[in-house]
Design a binder for this molecule. Structure first.
Ligand code: ZN
Ligand code: ZN
Length: 183
């Protein structure tokens, strides 16, 4: 019983990583599915760099997803296990939100955080057609859109808060190997 709930929780989290890819790649960047509500916010995020959709919109989307998932999950697996699935899904979604925002606002510590930033900023500034995953590269591998991040040229007006020294305006030494500011 307890193992069921843990497995359901992990499965819910894994399902979110797939949704993260689907929403970002097809709703956010595929012209066949635009315009749509997600793309409107996402295009602005790309265009302004430090813009994020308002939290109330995200909370509404999370509430709708919870309501839609809860019934079928409970019908299939029972209330406790079904709830475990939904909590895993929504928990991973919240983790993604925090992580994506921090990628833009704070430098990352450790190999995973550094990888995730380069993966995401390759998407922002080198090619928005690749590297759609934010928390994991799994779905980019599956769908053939994974590209190892190379040297990333960041337009100065879109730069991340942590990238450059505020005094000199130059890329901090720690990041100069991977990032460059351009006009
Ligand atoms: Zn971003
Ligand atoms: Zn994007």
């Amino acid at each position: 019983m307890t193992l069921d709930i843990v497995v359901a929780f992990l499965l819910g989290a894994f399902t979110w990583t797939f949704m993260e890819y689907v929403l970002h790649r097809w709703l956010g960047h595929d012209p066949r599915f635009r315009p749509n509500l997600f793309a409107a916010e996402h295009v602005r995020h790309h265009g302004e760099g430090n813009y994020f959709a308002p939290s109330w919109k995200k909370a509404c989307a999370a509430a709708v997803a919870t309501a839609v998932l809860a019934g079928p999950a409970a019908a299939i697996a029972g209330w406790a296990t079904g709830l475990g699935y939904v909590v895993g899904f929504v928990g991973m979604y919240l983790g993604y939100e925090v992580m994506h925002r921090r990628e833009h606002t704070h430098p990352g510590f450790g190999p995973y955080a550094r990888w995730a930033r380069r993966h995401h900023f390759h998407h922002h500034f080198t090619s928005p057609r690749v590297n759609h995953g934010v928390t994991t590269p799994i779905w980019d591998w599956v769908f053939g859109t994974y590209r190892p991040a190379g040297y990333i040229r960041v337009p100065a007006k879109l730069q991340m808060a942590w990238l450059a020294d505020t005094g000199t305006g130059r890329v901090r030494a720690a990041y100069a190997e991977h990032y460059e500011l351009v006009d």
